[in-house]
Write a protein that binds this ligand. Structure first.
Ligand code: CP
Length: 313
């Protein structure tokens, strides 16, 4: 079985294949009749141990638009509450013969672990601070559709990079596609060794946004911080929040992106989030298309498309 665990291991060709396929899925989703029979007879289980609006809803719609039977496991009402482990839960569901398990979990490596245990495809919908590959793919699709390419595009990823699996997957993908990636954050919200990931590091929004084609804001993940390391919201917004004035440092036609959920008034002002340069709603639309492309590639296109570590055979 083939899995999508991360962007790491995917080549430029793999990513281009998935984005091209997702462009086709956008067309399907824009028709009145959105349902195809590509995955008819196949079963998809969504297993989300962490909260989600966008990812879970779009994986569900993606499966349904491809004609699969989709089951959302309600972890909050499951025997996980009685102490059943991740592996036992997954093996129980595996015994019901799904064709794909979509998993979100707070531990880095959870999706890779499941992929070794179950007898179906596994898609990582976010594992701890490790990766969120379908988010990076939908962000790339949004950028490519607006700018026509990814190579040599300047992308400034701003804010809480330290806790962000979205940032990590985006850095890997954008570098693989030849984009120029910057991170803009206080030193306390950057992981050790970030410069070795092939990014330029900035500590000021004005400097980091200069000439940027894309300004990608990240959510301040206060739930993953503790004690003295939780920044004051007012101070954070003052130095690292994106408002109309701060955005002027980027190119006039720069895209404003945010993976969601947004903290309005913390990392982004409403005037920008809802402004003319915002593509936040497009990102959500592309999310359904990218997840359709990934599931079709894993479950149908057996002899085509990526065959790498990211899409483990
Ligand atoms: N971007 C993203 O993963 O959003 P959700 O947590 O709502 O799925």
């Amino acid at each position: 079985h083939r899995h999508l665990i991360g962007i790491k291991g995917l080549t430029e060709q793999d990513i281009t294949y998935l984005l091209d396929k997702a462009d086709e899925a956008v067309k399907i989703s824009r028709q009145r009749e959105k349902k195809t029979s590509t995955l008819r007879g196949l079963t998809q289980i969504n297993l989300f141990f962490e909260a989600s609006t966008r990812t879970q809803a779009s994986f569900e719609l993606a499966g349904k638009r491809l004609g699969a039977d989709v089951m959302n496991m309600s972890v909050g009402n499951s025997s996980v509450k009685k102490g059943e482990t991740l592996i036992d839960t997954a093996m129980t569901l595996n015994a019901m013969r799904p064709d794909v398990l979509v998993i979100r979990h707070s531990s880095a490596g959870a999706a890779a672990l499941l992929a070794q245990k179950v007898s179906c495809s596994v898609v990582n919908a976010g594992d701890g601070q490790h990766e969120h590959p379908t988010q990076a793919l939908l962000d790339a699709l949004t950028i490519r559709r607006a700018k026509g390419k990814l190579s040599r595009i300047i992308v400034a990823i701003c804010g809480d990079v330290l806790h962000s699996r979205v940032a990590r997957s985006n850095i890997l993908l954008l570098n693989a596609m030849g984009a120029r990636v910057r991170v803009v954050a206080p030193a306390t919200l950057l992981p050790a060794g970030i410069a070795e990931m092939g990014v330029e590091v900035f500590h000021s929004m004005k400097d980091g946004l200069e000439d940027a084609d894309v300004v990608m804001m990240l959510r301040l993940q206060r739930e993953r911080m503790s004690g003295a390391f939780v920044p004051s919201v007012r101070e954070y917004y003052h130095f690292y929040g994106l408002d109309a004035e701060t955005l002027k440092a980027a190119k006039d036609d720069a895209l404003v992106m945010h993976p969601g959920p947004m903290n309005r008034g913390v990392e982004i002002a409403s005037e920008v989030a809802d402004g003319p340069q915002s593509v936040i709603a497009e990102q959500v639309e592309m999310g359904v298309a990218v997840r359709m492309a990934v599931m079709e590639t894993l479950l149908v296109s057996q002899n085509q498309g990526p065959r790498t570590d990211g899409m483990m055979a």
